[in-house]
Design a binder for this molecule. Structure first.
Ligand code: FES
Length: 107
């Protein structure tokens, strides 16, 4: 898979990404989660910033994703950690856009 001139890879048809739903794709050998939150597309690395567990196996609810391994919770909106409060980890968010019915992501 080759990126376009701006570095965006075509990931999936736009209809495959829905609110409250985890769509996992591999882009350039990197696992990525796609979803929609408050009518905006969101993309972030599927590797948990704590110890690299697969976040696509976690729970996505009300704009939060909970890691399946140790229960860390992150905001999908801004990537900030919500629990535990004494850690500074963040989701690795990725640029995402919709063009001509396709979702494109920059990794
Ligand atoms: S690997 Fe995700 S909380 Fe530890």
């Amino acid at each position: 898979m080759e990126p376009d001139k701006s570095g965006f890879y075509t990931a999936v048809p736009a209809a495959a990404v829905g609110p409250g739903k985890i769509t996992k794709v591999d882009i350039n050998d990197q696992p990525v989660i796609l979803t929609r939150w408050q009518n905006k597309l969101v993309a972030f690395s599927a590797r948990c910033p704590h110890a690299a567990a697969d976040l696509s196996q976690g729970e996505l609810y009300r704009g939060k994703i909970e890691c399946p391994d140790h229960g860390y919770v992150f905001s999908v909106e801004n990537g900030r950690i919500l629990w535990p409060e004494d850690e500074m980890r963040r989701l690795k968010r990725l640029e995402i856009k919709e063009v001509g019915g396709e979702v494109k992501v920059k990794v």
